[in-house]
Design a protein around this ligand. Structure first.
Ligand code: MLT
Length: 240
């Protein structure tokens, strides 16, 4: 039987659509890039939560000194939190061996929204081949979920999803692309030779650059720099 590959290009992410699928959540700028970086640099796990109040409540339950509170509002570190959402902050010195509780505007919400599916992984440009290889070893349909921006489409996530589709096509011989996947792959192929410029042109990239995070945009646009696959197990993203 062939395996369907679909992309949801933005929210909503209906439970009945995601339930049966092996899901990869894409938030290129910056949540899934940052999660991949954190796990690559030795974090024990990343717990995605929906908002800062949930993050604080969970940190109190687990023991405030036993976790790092991470995330952003308006791209900046949240007051009282240990780290922001910049991948540059998640150095081995900062995160090795630590459990991270993370809340971001779109990325962690998407991860929570699909937590009932067959499997959930965090994908970005930086780890797209690693995630594609892991998905190729599953049985069943693949659904790539773009976190998006402001409740809608985000260019960088559609490009990231297309890059993942492109890699999946090399490893799943009986793949059957659905329209969302076809559109994302076409978009990725249009910009593949000038990926950094295409990512930098996105609305959220410009917002980040304006706030002093241009370095993050460049870092998040790099393809296949990390070989880590974050997978959700019992609500915690760990390295597969
Ligand atoms: C998000 O989840 O919306 C992003 O990761 C925001 C950001 O760039 O920090």
């Amino acid at each position: 039987m062939s395996r369907s590959i679909q992309v949801l290009l933005g929210p909503p992410w209906p439970a009945e659509v995601v339930r049966e699928a092996h899901v990869a959540v894409v938030d290129v700028l910056r949540a899934t890039t940052t999660i991949a970086t954190a796990l690559r640099n030795g974090a024990a796990g990343v717990i995605p939560v929906t908002d800062p109040a949930d993050a604080i409540a969970l940190s109190q339950r687990l023991g405030r000194d036993r976790v790092l509170l991470c995330g952003e509002q308006e791209a900046d570190r949240i007051e009282g939190f240990d780290l922001d959402n910049s991948p540059a902050s998640f150095t081995p010195e900062a995160v090795a061996g630590k459990t991270l509780i993370m809340t971001t505007t779109n990325g962690t919400r998407a991860l929570r929204a699909v937590s009932g599916s067959a499997s959930v992984r965090a994908a970005a440009l930086v780890n797209r081949t690693a995630v594609a290889d892991a998905l190729a070893h599953e049985y069943g349909d693949v659904l790539i979920v773009c976190a998006g921006e402001g409740g809608g489409f985000a260019l960088e996530d559609a490009i990231g999803a297309g890059a993942l589709v492109d890699a999946l096509l090399t490893s799943i011989s009986d793949a059957e692309l659905r329209d969302g996947a076809r559109a994302a792959a076409l978009l990725y192929r249009c910009v593949a030779t000038r990926l950094a410029d295409a990512i930098a042109s996105a609305d959220h990239a410009q917002h980040l650059a304006h706030k002093g995070f241009a370095g993050d945009v460049t870092r998040c646009a790099a393809l296949d720099t990390l070989d880590v696959v974050p997978i959700l197990r019992d609500g915690i993203l760990v390295a597969q």
